[in-house]
Design a protein around this ligand. Structure first.
Ligand SMILES: Cc1ncc(COP(=O)(O)O)c(C=O)c1O
Length: 495
């Protein structure tokens, strides 16, 4: 059974102490409950002994004992003889309040508004294209139907698209994966040995953090903020100091801040990565979702890599997907990399899966034929969703700081107070799932932030905001100027 040390739990807890009159034990129990619900404390994990957590958090043992007792009463901990307290979820009674946070890909309970995922519903064309794809299937039935690289025609279509966007690409530099998530995990376990360092942005996409950790990486974080973007000094220093084997980055419409990395920082990143021998893994699942009117769609990050001056060159692995642009249900993405690396990924893949399904690849092929037109339509939807969300946020939550973004699917909103986890719990009680800031942290920070998607249908967005208003009132959210807390200085150093 996995055990969580007091130190590891404390770093996940972040700044959990209540601002108001909530008793300490209750606030502690609430925060641990959210960690369990969010999957940040894995079910079945043994929690630290009461005494150790009390020492670490400078609490009385009674406070921790009361918090654990409360969690047991609510069904989030169970006592195991000889093993202390183990994380669990309460059994779901018929009609009971929902409890589980579906992470991306899971379903929320009926009646719950899910505002925790930044993914678009499918375009109706997917069904039509799927019928056409089925008609192509007989042409493939005489073959084995699977291989680790993917259908030649699909790889060719993707290679052609990169070439047209300024990055000449051949078919053997492309591999079809089961979505970008599969690609992240595959690249991580192929390129990382246990104990290697991996660079990650902070905040970042939570399931990438998990995939890197699962591959045994020790994470080093570079801050990205909504107003300052990437911290140039950190980018400059982290490579010589830590020599990461891999860096996972979202240089276009970074999830969750929405920032895009400027050209000078790309050049710096490439220089430092080349010197340190770091492979840059650039996740471009969001890259073509810039919706500013008249915006020119940027070339892939790999274009900057091609422009590197002579001398050592940084290796760039590009990840793409139709999960954010067309529909997550198509479940296909791709990797673009040097031919030798693609071969390594293909060989490493076989231990986990043997290839991507043919029928879905035929769907992808059809979608790629009209991808530019589909992207235009998506961008128009996102522009409208973004306008709706920003107008509604300004009206309903005038104290929140809403950053300007011109692409991607979500906003990284500053609540002005470190209450994101409390708000997420209150929202849950109202029947709304939202992604609390710490969900995007490498190590429990961002209590002032909340990620809000603008890619959902307007009626879902409005229903979610109604519930969010009620939750905000529950946590004592106030109109008036944003409250600067004592941890502002500390947070500004990391976010
Ligand atoms: C940045 C980023 N990369 C990858 C993924 C997963 O993509 P896919 O659906 O293609 O697996 C997500 C999904 O939320 C994401 O936000």
């Amino acid at each position: 059974m996995a055990a969580l040390s007091a130190r590891a739990l404390a770093s996940q807890l972040g700044d959990w102490r209540p601002l108001g009159a909530t008793p300490l034990y209750e606030a502690l129990a609430d925060r641990i409950r959210l960690l369990i619900l969010d999957g940040r404390v894995t079910l079945g994990t043994r929690m630290p002994a009461e005494r150790l957590l009390a020492d670490h958090e400078q609490l009385s043992r009674t406070t921790v004992a009361n918090a654990y007792a409360r969690l047991r009463e609510l069904g989030y901990l169970r006592s195991v003889r000889g093993s202390g307290s183990v994380a669990r979820l309460p059994a779901l009674e018929p009609g009971a309040a929902p409890f589980s946070t579906p992470s991306i890909g899971e379903r929320p309970e009926p009646g719950v508004v899910d505002f925790s995922k930044a993914t678009l519903p499918a375009i109706p064309l997917v069904a039509e294209v799927a019928r056409e794809a089925a008609e192509l299937l007989p042409g493939f039935l005489h073959e084995t139907g699977f291989d680790a690289w993917g259908l030649l025609a699909v790889r060719q279509a993707i290679a052609d698209r990169y070439t047209a966007r300024g990055v000449p690409t051949t078919v053997d530099e492309v591999m079809i994966t089961l979505g970008a998530q599969h690609a992240i995990a595959l690249v991580a376990r192929t390129l990382l040995a246990r104990g290697d360092r991996a660079l990650i942005e902070s905040p970042s996409y939570p399931h990438a953090v998990e995939a890197l950790r699962e591959a045994g990486a020790r994470l080093v974080a570079v801050p990205v903020t909504t107003d300052g973007g990437w911290d140039t000094e950190a980018l400059d220093q982290v490579f010589p100091r830590t020599a990461p084997a891999l860096a996972y980055l979202m240089t276009e419409f970074h999830n969750p801040t929405g920032r895009t990395m400027p050209a000078e920082q790309r050049a710096l990143l490439l220089r430092r990565a080349a010197e340190a021998g770091t492979v840059l893994v650039v996740d471009e699942t969001m890259a073509e979702l810039g919706f500013a009117p008249g915006a020119v769609q940027p070339p892939p990050f790999a274009a900057a890599a091609l422009a590197q001056p002579s001398g050592p060159r940084a290796e760039v692995v590009t990840l793409g997907s139709v999960g954010k642009s067309i529909w997550g249900g198509v479940r296909l993405g791709w990797i673009r990399a040097d031919r030798d690396l693609i071969t390594r990924f293909a060989h490493a893949r076989l231990a986990g899966d043997l290839g991507s399904p043919i029928l879905e690849q035929l769907v992808l092929l059809r979608l790629l034929e009209q991808y530019d037109r589909l992207l235009d339509a998506r961008r128009a939807d996102l522009r409208a969703g973004h306008a709706l969300l920003t107008i509604e946020l300004a009206r309903r939550f005038p104290t929140w700081i809403v950053p300007p973004v011109d692409g991607g699917l979500s906003l990284w909103v500053n609540l002005g107070q470190p209450v994101s986890s409390q708000l997420a719990l209150a929202a849950r009680a109202e029947g709304l799932l939202v992604g609390a800031g710490p969900r995007f942290a490498v190590d429990g920070a961002f209590e002032r932030f909340l990620r809000l998607p603008f890619c959902l249908p307007a009626d879902t967005t409005l229903a979610a905001l109604d519930l969010l208003e009620r939750a905000w009132a529950r946590v004592g959210g106030s109109a008036g100027a944003p409250v600067a807390g004592p941890d502002d200085e500390v947070l500004s150093a990391v976010v």
